[in-house]
Design a protein around this ligand. Structure first.
Ligand code: SF4
Length: 238
């Protein structure tokens, strides 16, 4: 499975725009429960103005908040960002800390974010499990589990060392663009023959455009159209 994902994308990386470890930490923290696109929209404006914990801290909540309005839960995230910056300045000399415990003590930073930072900034073989990876791991049978922590432990157990560094990105991108939540694009999936999901999308279910969203909308509207047609017929008969 990993060999195929690697062949298709030899150098996967995050879609969150960043240039420094602190920018990456901020972007990942902001990305909880919102899209990478909305985070990039915000950080493209924020980072040119302030991209260090000292500069963010100096702006304060009122200074930072207008930049984060495109991001979901921006009120809480603004407060977390200010406190996170304060702790990095006061307790870690202004540098992103290199320890799981220290990272997870930062406001707004949980295990997933810590795993991403340990992996991408410090080169550790951690595998962060987000909603996409949780879905792909369970559907394929690669690493089954009822919660992200169980799936993470399973992934660590079954992923060969050579693939651990990039496993997070490969699985995440596969979940985001192919093995989507509502209608996985199984007919064009490069790991379909290795996947154990019993409800794969059959080829004929995909629209000509191969676009899951378009298909979903069409399917969702079909019962509405059928009901409208029946009602029109009844009206004509009446
Ligand atoms: S075959 Fe379908 S369910 Fe399995 S990984 Fe591919 S897209 Fe996901």
């Amino acid at each position: 499975m990993y060999r195929r994902l690697q062949a298709a994308n030899p150098h996967p990386t995050t879609e969150l725009e960043h240039k420094t470890p602190f920018e990456l930490l901020v972007a990942v923290m902001l990305s909880a429960h919102t899209t990478d696109k909305s985070v990039n929209t915000a950080t493209r404006l924020l980072f040119p103005v302030a991209n260090t914990p000292q500069a963010i801290l100096a702006m304060g909540v009122d200074g930072v908040k207008p930049y984060l309005k495109t991001v979901g839960l921006y009120n809480a995230k603004t407060k977390n960002l200010i406190e996170l910056s304060r702790r990095i300045v006061e307790q870690h000399g202004g540098e992103v800390p290199h320890s799981r415990e220290a990272l997870e003590e930062l406001p707004g930073v949980g295990r997933k974010t810590a795993n991403i930072i340990l992996n991408m900034v410090f080169g550790e073989s951690t595998i962060a499990v987000d909603t996409h990876i949780f879905r792909v791991a369970n559907r394929t049978g690669l690493a089954e589990g009822k919660n992200p922590r169980v799936v993470e432990d399973e992934l660590n157990a079954v992923t060969p060392d050579a693939f651990k560094k990039n496993a997070h990105h490969w699985l995440l991108l596969h979940g985001r663009y192919v093995c989507t939540a509502r209608l996985p694009a199984c007919p064009r999936c490069i790991i379909a023959d290795l996947c154990e999901y019993p409800h794969k999308t059959p080829p004929l279910d995909l629209p000509r455009s191969d676009a899951p969203i378009a298909h979903r909308k069409k399917s969702a509207r079909a019962p509405v159209r059928a009901a409208a047609k029946k009602s029109a017929v009844r009206r004509r008969k009446g």
